[in-house]
Design a protein around this ligand. Structure first.
Ligand SMILES: Cc1cc2nc3c(=O)[nH]c(=O)nc-3n(C[C@H](O)[C@H](O)[C@H](O)COP(=O)(O)O)c2cc1C
Length: 179
């Protein structure tokens, strides 16, 4: 099962990352579930864990995370999702010497980073992908791959541009190492 974690109120018709995530899931094959964080009935920012999300994440063979850069960081809803799945004893547990032990089996995490401006890998501004990498390594998942799309301002128009989308899908599959 592919699990898409969608963190903005814009659905796939209005979110470039969301549209690319769906195309990626189709290429990967198998079934696909989408977590729409904004539609969760759970109180936003409540400090409580979400069992359903933890079970979905544990069951997913692959995670696909479209992430728009919002004010140099991830959307708050995605952070809220991370907070709600990081229950000790579920996806991680305390280990010796104050260290933690991730309880998730390794699996690919495909991060699709969209931004208005460039965030080149390794630049001083590039902390979204390293943060997501760190979070998943804490849960035991080391296979985090990233594909970046810059100069994204009018997502709806880009999604409607078939040549642009086909080109981006080809680039994405290449970067992710998918045939
Ligand atoms: C609240 C908000 C904050 C944003 N902050 C940034 C930013 O700090 N840097 C940047 O390059 N783009 C920024 N953008 C532009 C978005 O990254 C861009 O529109 C987004 O990648 C499109 O997302 P999509 O994949 O859902 O279509 C911001 C957009 C919004 C709505």
């Amino acid at each position: 099962m592919n699990l898409i974690i969608h963190s903005t109120p814009n659905d796939e018709r209005r979110s470039l990352g969301g549209a690319l995530a769906l195309r990626l899931a189709k290429h990967l094959g198998g079934s696909t579930r989408v977590v729409r964080i904004y539609k969760s009935p759970q109180r936003y920012f409540a400090y409580e864990f979400n069992d359903r999300w933890m079970k979905l994440v544990a069951a997913a063979e692959r995670l696909i995370i479209p992430v728009p850069v919002w004010n140099f960081s991830i959307p708050a809803a995605l952070k809220d999702f991370f907070d709600k799945i990081s229950q000790s004893g579920k996806l991680w547990r305390p280990g010796p010497d104050g260290k933690s032990i991730g309880l998730l089996k390794n699996r690919p995490v495909y991060v699709i980073l969209t931004s208005g401006l460039p965030f080149p890998a390794g630049s001083p501004e590039d902390f979204v992908v390293p943060y997501i990498r760190l979070f998943f390594s804490f849960l035991g998942v080391r296979d985090v791959r990233d594909f970046r799309v810059e100069n994204v301002s009018k997502s709806r128009q880009l999604i409607a541009d078939k040549d642009y989308m086909d080109r981006k899908v080809r680039e994405m599959l290449k970067v992710f190492g998918i045939k």
